[in-house]
Write a protein that binds this ligand. Structure first.
Ligand SMILES: [Mg+2]
Length: 255
């Protein structure tokens, strides 16, 4: 079964059998997959929202408090110190800023889950002989913690975390490190996909590195110029579209 059909046809449902490695690559070129973590493989925003609602309820806070806290998070891209100060002010916590940061990070870790079917999609890609790496911005402890909790490590060939490497997306060097980690430093960049939800980090990094780009929109519209190569509401659909015959090319084809 072609990669795209496998991803969409069998990515949900109770009985999942991962394809054997190297089974369905056929005559298509090897493709290298670099995937963001937060809100691409795992529901970080969902985890934060659930934790924040619980924290507000515990503190006897209001809907306004919850809205202010979620706004301060900026989808995970805001200043952690600023978010901690909002939490302390809104919820009357006695914590200092580092303790408050630790508290919401622990809350996210306790609730984060992979998106339904997405790890199976990675298994399909790897089963077809395509290397897969996670390329994520964040602290080593937090990002590795999410990966461990969600059992992602066994579904990928490499994990690259910005804090460990000293460089973060949109700097293309983080993607280059991932390619080197996969033994694919020399891969043609048109055979590399960067998949992620953040235009300013994931799509921008892919562009800077010369890869193709797939934006996981979560239903939003691309409102800038230079639309990514693929736009889809979920990661599974983004992968399926990127793996479709529209984007594949035969092995050895160099045009
Ligand atoms: Mg993300």
């Amino acid at each position: 079964m072609p990669v795209r059909s496998s991803i969409l046809a069998t990515g949900s449902g109770p009985a999942r059998t991962a394809p054997s490695r190297g089974g369905t690559a056929g005559s298509l070129a090897r493709v290298i997959w670099l995937l963001d973590l937060d809100n691409t493989l795992v529901g970080r925003a969902d985890a934060f929202a659930a934790w924040a609602a619980s924290a507000v309820a515990d503190a006897g806070g209001t809907d306004d408090d919850l809205a202010a806290i979620v706004a301060a998070d900026e989808g995970g891209h805001g200043s952690k110190e600023a978010l901690a100060r909002v939490l302390v002010a809104r919820l009357g916590w006695a914590d200092d800023v580092p303790a408050a940061i630790q508290r919401f990070r622990a809350g996210i870790l306790s609730r984060v889950r992979p998106y339904d079917g997405v790890l199976f999609s990675l298994d399909v890609l790897r089963g077809a002989g395509h290397p897969v790496a996670v390329v994520t911005n964040g602290t080593s402890a937090q990002q590795r913690g999410k990966i461990a909790r969600c059992g992602i490590e066994e579904h990928v060939d490499a994990v690259v975390v910005s804090e460990e490497e000293g460089v973060a997306k949109p700097d293309p060097r983080l993607l280059e490190i991932a390619l080197a980690r996969l033994g694919a430093a020399d891969a043609a960049r048109r055979d590399v996909w960067m998949v992620g939800d953040a235009p300013h980090a994931d799509v921008a990094a892919g562009r800077a590195a010369g890869t193709r780009t797939a934006w996981v929109s979560h239903g939003a519209s691309w409102d800038g110029p230079d639309r990514p190569d693929v736009v889809a509401p979920t990661t599974r659909e983004a992968i399926a579209l990127a793996a479709s015959p529209t984007h594949a090319r035969p092995a050895g084809w160099s045009a």
